[in-house]
Design a protein around this ligand. Structure first.
Ligand code: CP
Ligand code: NVA
Length: 308
């Protein structure tokens, strides 16, 4: 593994290796066992969109690993004034040991990886949110003891989260069911991967539908995310109407397994994709999920930037 651009690029074993290391790093930090595996290394963090969790967990994670994080707002970088990504990549490769980037187009992240000599980590694009989904899988495994054979359900928009969860879930042996309104389907590349998984296994590992209640039946874990993602603010009103029935609430949860978990990458919009009651009843799992961003990303950084 040279970069983390999207989960489609990783094998199931590579994902599980990251989760195992993440568990170990979590144990070490909880028991005050120092682990400066990235001493002397620097991570550049480019943000073209807002962030609370990603920024803070990468910065603190790098610090805990003995390395140095640099926050680089695209507003201040020359890239924000039009310097080509291929030049930025080659320049930053001379100073840094890795780059985390949050941006709009997946192509920008792929181009950065093409021209950089150092590992690139996708901190969210419109297409994918691999760091979040590694933390999500880590959390589900922590609470359920396994991933293999569990049913994951995602209710809502075919966005970066749905795309990455479908891929991450299938690659780690889960069955995945998603429900979204007509016109808000996941990316074609992801559907192609999921349909192929069905064909190759001869089973219905992946199902999609427009009925949230149908999708939630028998689920071990229910995921949701905002109806309007960053960059879609102008569509918010239109989306509120389109997604009106796609809420994770008590009625929907009643159809899942009695001990079903609820996960949300946050930030959440209470009263839209999730009710305040469900969020608070599952706060323990949801905030553990947020914490696990730290451990999962540290594992990614060690795998990509650590001494081989
Ligand atoms: N879940 C997530 O990526 O949060 P931030 O946007 O706060 O980084
Ligand atoms: N789908 C959301 C995820 C935020 C972490 C967005 O892209 O805004």
């Amino acid at each position: 593994m040279k970069h983390l651009l999207k989960l489609l690029d990783l094998t199931g074993d590579e994902i599980l290796d990251i989760l195992n290391l993440a568990d170990q790093l979590k144990y070490e930090v909880k028991h005050n066992i120092p682990h400066p595996r990235l001493a002397g290394k620097s991570l550049g963090m480019i943000f073209e969109k807002s962030s609370t969790r990603t920024r803070v967990s990468f910065e603190v994670g790098m610090y805990q690993l003995g390395g140095h994080p640099l926050f680089l707002s695209s507003r201040d970088l020359q890239i924000g004034r039009g310097e080509p990504v291929e030049d930025t990549a080659r320049v930053l490769s001379r100073y840094l040991d890795g780059i985390e980037i949050r941006t709009f187009a997946q192509d920008e992240v792929e181009d950065l990886a093409k021209y950089a000599d150092i590992p690139i980590i996708n901190g969210l694009t419109d297409f994918a949110h691999p760091c979040q989904v590694l933390a999500d899988l880590m959390t589900v495994r922590e609470f359920k003891g396994r991933l293999q054979g569990l049913k994951m359900c995602f209710i809502g928009d075919g966005n970066n989260m749905m795309n990455s969860l479908i891929v991450g879930g299938i690659k780690t042996g889960m069955t995945v069911s998603v429900a979204f309104p007509v016109g808000y389907e996941p990316a074609g590349q992801v559907l192609e991967f999921a349909n192929k998984a069905n064909e190759e296994s001869g089973k219905q590992i992946f199902t999609l539908c427009h009925d949230p209640l149908e999708a939630a039946k028998g689920a071990d874990v229910i995921f949701t995310d905002v109806w309007a993602s960053m960059g879609q603010e102008e569509e918010a009103e239109k989306r509120r109407k389109a997604f009106a029935g796609y809420q994770v609430n008590d009625k929907l949860l009643a159809l899942a397994k009695p001990d079903a978990m609820v996960q949300h990458c946050l930030p959440a919009h209470r009263g839209e994709e999730i009710t305040a009651e469900v969020l608070e009843a599952h706060a323990n799992e949801i905030f553990e999920e947020a914490e696990n961003r730290l451990h999962a990303q540290k594992a990614v950084m060690v795998k990509l930037m650590g001494d081989k």
